[in-house]
Design a protein. Structure first.
Length: 290
């Protein structure tokens, strides 16, 4: 079953592209027609691409890996923050910090610095600072929070990135391509889909268009997280059953040994009886031989 429908995408305005003079020829396979100098995207292909991308995102989430959402344009900031937070994924909605992926250890140091400031504020270390020094530290903390607060939980490189505007986030895409990180992106008619692993041809300017696509993808991610949670619960239950079975096995063994003990004691009595009868019979034979 498709995660979106043609009518749903049509109502959201996903089919509107850019002016013909701004188009990128590489997007020709996804363009249906031209109307009043504006390219119209083929929504049937958009539905297929959304399903393909959603399934891939679901598998990534199911494996317990992180997906980084990137959108610094005004129309998508709030949507990205809302949808990514709902599925517990990191996101970037302010300026893309250069080298965030290719120089990830440095970014992690900045995040740790922010956490260190919080710790020192809580334990009262900064209480002896002057007002000016405290103001400087507070401003530094606010700046770090604004740029890196949404990726504070990203302790390792993401397994994929989801980009809303290919042209605007070209630095993020270059870094992901350099590291071999899969790129999912909403690609408009003025963009080049060459470096995108999962292309979703759609209007990347309209808020409704971005919303309907993000909703479908984040729903798939949520499903992947639920399936992972269910699998972990099943594994835990199986481990507990195996542990209980292992504990019960020695008890049965000890019980069996106790039941077998009387039979072993009776055995020598039965074997000694014939020996007592055979002894007198052998004596005359030896005497006769002498």
């Amino acid at each position: 079953m498709a995660r979106t429908s043609f009518d749903q995408l049509l109502e959201a305005g996903c089919h509107f592209g850019h002016l013909r003079r701004k188009w990128n020829p590489a997007m020709a396979p996804y363009i249906f027609m031209e109307r009043n100098g504006i390219h119209i995207l083929d929504l049937h292909k958009t539905v297929e691409k959304i399903d393909e991308a959603a399934e891939a995102l679901k598998q990534i989430a199911k494996s317990g890996k992180k997906i980084l959402f990137v959108a610094t344009k005004k129309q998508a900031k709030e949507l990205i923050a809302e949808k990514a937070t709902a599925v517990n994924m990191p996101f970037v909605t302010e300026r893309w910090p250069g080298g965030m992926l290719t120089n990830f250890p440095t970014i992690r140091k900045a995040v740790k610095k922010m956490a260190n400031i919080d710790r020192l504020m809580e334990d009262g270390t900064f209480s002896n600072l002057s007002k000016r020094e405290l103001l400087q530290v507070t401003r530094q903390r606010a700046k770090l929070e604004k740029n890196l607060g949404s990726i504070a939980d990203l302790t390792r490189l993401p397994s994929a990135i989801f980009v809303v505007d290919v042209l605007k986030e070209h630095i993020a895409i270059k870094e992901a391509n350099r590291l071999g990180i899969p790129v999912f992106a909403i690609v408009d008619t003025n963009s080049d889909p060459k470096n995108i692993d999962f292309v979703i041809p759609a209007n990347d300017d309209a808020k409704d268009s971005i919303d309907v696509i993000l909703s479908a993808c984040c729903t798939a991610i949520a499903e992947g997280l639920e399936e992972r949670k269910a699998e972990k619960a099943d594994e835990k239950a199986a481990a507990e059953q195996a542990e209980e079975a292992a504990e019960a096995k020695p008890k049965r063994t000890r019980k069996a040994k106790k039941e077998e003990a009387p039979a072993e004691e009776a055995a020598p009595v039965v074997e000694e009886a014939p020996k007592a009868e055979e002894a007198p019979a052998e004596a005359p034979v030896e005497e006769a031989a002498e």
